[in-house]
Design a protein around this ligand. Structure first.
Ligand code: GLY
Length: 364
């Protein structure tokens, strides 16, 4: 049987970030990934760091989202120095347009608890001249940056590997052997593993993994379909976050348009209805959308939870097992904070900050 001090199950953005922070702290760590690293939600994500725009109320989630967002500039530098990879941190900010007075009033309300700037239509057009006629103004979030999610995942894992972490791909965990409330063996088709700590960074697959441990964590897939348009003259600088649609301009000239939310759907297909709906919605904000060629389309599964909060912390019923999952729409954004907080938990520090996200709210 093989042994690792920490065994992370899941080589997506969350597993990668935990591995990176652990490796930095000189902890011996192995990642088991069922497919290829970052093959699922981490690659599908548009990379928005929507710590404000994706939050609808103040609270512990909004707090840690802001904290995690603030970690990106330093992380980008660190990863570039260590790996030579550029995570394409784009600091232009994000506009949330309003198309009616009612929407505008709702957005202005947010300024009571969120740092943002109201722009009238003329000011919006000064920032983005291609905005559609329906846009009457918008809320500007100057610190809602964005990154390349696939690059970030790759850079975290590469940096972790450079500091001693091991990544094993195409390695599906098929069983756990639990004795006296502790995982004695993690079973894969090729070999068995023992570890001082097992981390489930299993994203949408956490419900399945937890059932193998005799638990029933309610983490389920929420499929998102997205597409990319290819622009020859990149005339969009800011992310545009509309109602049920966003448009994110990427460094390679693509505009990513996303994303649907389909609960309990695993299939990787993109429906014609989804493409139609995303293009129709996006073109109300940016009419140029209709003129551009579609370069790609894809779908993947976010890890959803009933209360829309992540699940981070030690399991009460299984010793030495930590879960870090359920990040739903905020996995890229929350990856630095999650990596840091889980590393602290493993190093034996108490982490007040992750108490609101404890798995105990589901396991009793
Ligand atoms: N954070 C955007 C999404 O999950 O679609």
């Amino acid at each position: 049987m093989k042994h690792s001090d920490v065994l992370i199950i899941g080589g997506g953005i969350i597993g990668g970030s935990i591995a990176y922070h652990l490796a930095k702290s000189k902890v011996n760590v192995v990642i088991l990934e069922q497919d290829r690293a970052g093959a699922h939600a981490s690659r599908a994500a548009a990379g928005m760091l929507g710590a404000q725009v994706e939050m609808h109320q103040p609270g512990p989630l909004a707090d840690v989202c802001l904290k995690s967002r603030s970690m990106f500039p330093e992380l980008a530098e660190e990863l570039r120095e260590q790996t030579g990879l550029d995570i394409e941190l784009n600091r232009s900010g994000l506009i949330k347009p309003a198309r009616s007075e009612e929407e505008a009033a709702g957005l202005k309300e947010r300024m009571k608890w969120q740092k943002a700037v109201w722009l009238d239509r003329k000011e919006c057009l000064e920032k983005e001249k291609g905005l559609g006629e329906e846009v009457i103004g918008g809320l500007f979030f100057p610190e809602e940056f964005q990154v390349s999610a696939p690059r970030l995942t790759q850079a975290l894992i590469r940096a972790a590997q450079q500091q001693g972490a091991e990544l094993i791909e195409d390695c599906k965990v098929i069983d756990f052997c639990v004795e006296n409330g502790r995982i004695r063996k993690v079973v894969t088709p090729h070999e068995e593993w023992a570890a001082d700590t097992v981390v489930l960074a299993t994203g949408a697959w956490t419900g399945i993994a937890s059932r193998r441990l005799g638990l029933n964590l309610p983490v389920y897939p929420v499929k998102g379909e997205s597409l990319a348009l290819k622009t020859t003259r990149p005339s969009l600088n800011h992310t545009i976050f509309g109602n049920d649609v966003y448009i994110v301009p990427k460094a390679n000239g693509e505009w990513i348009i996303g994303a649907t939310e389909k609960v309990h759907q695993w299939d990787p297909g993109v429906t014609a209805e989804a493409v139609y709906r995303l293009i129709a919605d996006a073109s109300r904000y940016l009419p140029a959308v209709k003129e551009l060629n579609i370069s790609r389309m894809w779908a993947s599964v976010r890890p959803g939870t009933p209360d829309r909060l992540p699940v981070i912390g030690r399991l009460e019923t299984v010793d030495h097992c930590i879960v870090a999952t359920g990040h739903f729409r905020n996995g890229i954004l929350l990856s630095p904070w999650t990596g840091q907080v889980v590393t602290r938990l493993i190093l034996g520090e108490t982490e007040e900050e992750c108490l609101p996200f404890s798995p105990r709210r589901f396991t009793g």
